[in-house]
Design a protein. Sequence first.
Length: 217
Amino acid sequence: MDIVLTNPPFGGKEEDGIESNFPKQFQTRETADLFLALIIRLLKPTGRAAVVLPDGSLFGEGVKTRLKEEPMKECNLHTIVRLPNSVFKPYASIGTNLLFFEKGEPTRDIWFYEHRIPGGQKAYSMTKPIRIEHFKPCVDWWGGAKRKSREESEVAWKVTADEVKARGYNLDFKNPHTVTDDHGDPEELLAKLDEAEKQTAALRDKLKAILAEALTR
């Protein structure tokens, strides 16, 4: 495939046996992880992808680590846009990211861009959702098709592939230009993330059941 644009479901689990279709090092039942492995496999050389992934995919370990190492070897993971927690409210309130990569050459540097909620608005919501025009500052910074003349700013920063490797392929880089807040114990945050993903999966299953019932009437 030349281009892949996708928003895989978060927190979903595939049926037993699905993972056997993937290489052993990538075998997992988590839907988002399998989507990433599949995208890397399907992309042609020079193919491009843009994928929505939760924060857990950035700092997760085990299979998630191998799934980050692989695209950085096979693909140029050139940009990660960090989105606010409220982007998918009310269905989920976890941090999400847009990962952009091109297959054919290894990653050398990764640019991060922190998307900020428009002024005068505290969060995105069902009545005030994220809109295409909200991405204009990012588009202006992007640098066109060749991503030329990018500069660091209060919302943009760059890290090297060596820095990522030194962190065990943890891609959860915070904005170095922002004073870090104390968000609490990491284990507690992971537990909350897991619970949020389970709630998302439950809502999706409920929606499937409702649709299935409606179709049989």
